[in-house]
Write a protein that binds this ligand. Structure first.
Ligand code: IPE
Ligand code: IPE
Ligand code: MG
Length: 252
């Protein structure tokens, strides 16, 4: 896949990639293994993706690790997933820090245990000044939860009298949402073959290019990312406007 590496024109690279890491359960089922084995295998794919994004010069990467709705899964799977997150953060934090990666976790922390919350705070604090890849992990996250907490924040300001309801505009809502300090994702990748958002970054993905692949998350490697980047480089992004070259040709 070397010839497909989109290293030629950095302006055609996404600045921010969001990933729905789906298909762990099916990967395990194909091998007659328990679903949790798929989640464990998925960690290797995460490690590779972070490294590759760093090498490709991607500025920000947001990974969907656990959704608001994933709490509905059997309790044993939920606790294995959260335990895996805790262990992975402990194990990988210093290596990521050495690689200048800045780590941030988004989502509803009220639902996470005290140990995991403490570990999250530690990792965020450790890497806060890093200037390399900005890695965001969405845990207990849902786009609807995000919008709801943003509305609550703004409503609290209206209530205390520091904001008028008619002053609220898109920029203000954007600022109250998670990821307000990053440009919205340019590219969404979803593995596992489903073509849906599953309540991921509903507001922030408004103009993202959506890339769906049948590859199951534990199998996702460098060439798979490169295929997505090549596909992205070929997209024409209009943001509701018109293609300048095309409209000039038409009027000539
Ligand atoms: C994604 O894989 C991981 C999480 C949602 C936490 P799944 O566990 O959803 O795997 P499938 O979709 O059942 O194969
Ligand atoms: C989306 O995958 C959530 C994550 C990858 C963390 P799901 O497997 O939960 O999504 P659905 O249920 O197929 O929509
Ligand atoms: Mg799934």
């Amino acid at each position: 896949m070397k010839d497909q590496q989109p290293t030629g024109d950095p302006t055609r690279l996404p600045r921010h990639i969001a990933v729905v890491m789906d298909g762990n359960g099916r990967w395990a089922k194909d091998r007659r293994m328990p679903r949790t084995a798929g989640h464990r295998a998925g960690i290797n794919a995460v490690r590779t993706l972070i490294e590759t994004c760093g090498h490709r010069g991607i500025r920000a990467l947001t990974l969907f690790a656990f959704s608001s709705e994933n709490w509905r899964r059997p309790q044993q799977e939920v606790s294995t997933l959260l335990d895996l997150m805790l262990r992975t953060m402990r194990k990988e934090a210093s290596r990521l820090h050495e690689n200048n990666v800045r780590i941030r976790i988004i989502g509803d922390r009220d639902r996470l245990g005290a140990t995991l919350c403490r570990q999250i705070e530690r990792v965020e604090e450790l890497t806060v000044d890093n200037t390399g890849l900005h890695l965001v992990v969405a845990v207990s996250y849902g786009g609807r939860w995000d919008m709801t907490q943003a509305c609550r924040r703004l409503a609290a300001r209206v209530e205390e009298g520091s904001l008028h309801a008619d002053e609220i505009d898109e920029g203000m809502l954007d600022d109250a949402l998670e990821l307000s300090d990053l440009p919205g994702p340019d590219l969404l990748i979803r593995t596992g073959g489903e073509c849906r958002l599953s309540n991921f970054l509903l507001w922030q993905l408004a103009y993202a290019e959506l890339y769906f692949t049948d590859v199951l998350w534990p199998d996702f490697r460098e060439p798979d990312l490169d295929r997505a980047l090549v596909w992205f480089a070929g997209r024409e992004r209009r943001f509701g406007g018109v293609d300048v070259a095309l409209s000039t040709a038409e009027s000539a």
